[in-house]
Design a protein around this ligand. Structure first.
Ligand SMILES: [Fe+2]
Ligand SMILES: [Fe+2]
Length: 292
């Protein structure tokens, strides 16, 4: 079943670093209540702009229903590494990029800031833990995966791609767009079949959900699994596949999202001070080691 796709280094990794995608999401969805127009978003000008376009072009072209099955088949065997959660975080943090010296926070700092912001607002401890681990699936990058199969907005595959997905015109080049099994409104799904029956594009969200699903409350599972599903968060583009239970759970995804996007502060957290608290939290909910 495995189709070997040979991509050049540039095709695999168009972005200087995967944070460039997150910076771009922030430009698309700024914290200010004033929503930027689509045109304004597209016209912003930074040296990263073209790489972001190229990133979405590759993502939208190659995330097909078959591609997702192939990745699931491969990665959901969890036969690459066994690590403690903290060890996995440190491993993730080796994903430093060679980009600017004034680079933003590293992965662990982003995760700690997200979690600390959740904690400061007095949310339950499993919510804090979720903030701390939500991007752990980015370890996929360290297994040599292309950036566009690790980060990026996620969306259902197996049915029509919504025009609410950023750069949706790039789906023209996705073979599923011409495949009548997959290009109708419902495709392989039934109306309101529930997201648990829907395959999402492959990336760090689904991967981590699959690793940790047995250990966390359902609300936390949703937050992890759908935190990059922006066309649903922002535009309700896939209500027709969701159940009322999904909608209830998405209230938590919506609660989580601002912490992910807007908790970045220039003051880096002091990891050594916070480590004991997070080690306890990990021990409370998660097994000693996880297979990745
Ligand atoms: Fe993420
Ligand atoms: Fe994040």
């Amino acid at each position: 079943m495995k189709k070997t796709m040979n991509f050049t280094e540039k095709e695999k990794n168009p972005l200087k670093s995967i944070e460039v995608w997150e910076d771009d999401v922030l430009i698309r969805y700024p914290e200010e209540k004033v929503k930027k127009s689509e045109a304004e978003y597209r016209n912003y000008d930074t040296p990263d702009r073209d790489t972001v376009r190229e990133f979405y072009r590759m993502n939208h072209k190659h995330q097909t229903y078959d591609f997702v099955q192939e990745k699931r088949h491969d990665f959901l065997q969890f036969n690459r590494k066994e690590m403690t959660i903290w060890g996995a975080m440190e491993f993730l943090n080796t994903l430093v990029d060679d980009s600017d010296p004034d680079i933003d926070l590293d992965q662990l700092q982003h995760l700690l800031q997200t979690a600390e912001a959740i904690r400061a607002d007095g949310h339950p401890d499993w919510f804090v833990l979720t903030g701390f681990i939500h991007d752990m699936g980015k370890i996929l990058c360290l297994f040599g995966e292309p950036q566009w199969a690790v980060v990026g907005d996620t969306f259902p595959v197996g049915c029509r791609f919504s025009d609410k997905i950023v750069y949706s015109e790039f789906f023209e080049a996705n073979p599923d767009n011409q495949d009548e099994r997959y290009n109708s409104k419902y495709g392989v799904y039934k109306p309101n079949c529930g997201l648990e029956n829907v395959q999402m594009s492959w990336g760090h969200d689904e991967y981590l959900y699959q690793i940790l699903k047995d250990y966390l409350p359902e609300e936390a599972q949703y937050m992890i699994r759908y935190h990059s599903f922006y066309s649903q968060h922002r535009d309700h583009a896939y209500d027709h596949l969701m159940t009322s239970h999904d909608h209830k759970m998405f209230e938590w995804v919506d609660k989580f999202n601002p912490y992910d996007l807007y908790s970045k502060s220039p003051k880096p957290p002091v990891i050594s001070e916070l480590k004991p608290y997070y080690e306890d939290l990990i021990a409370k909910y998660l097994p000693k080691t996880v297979k990745m």
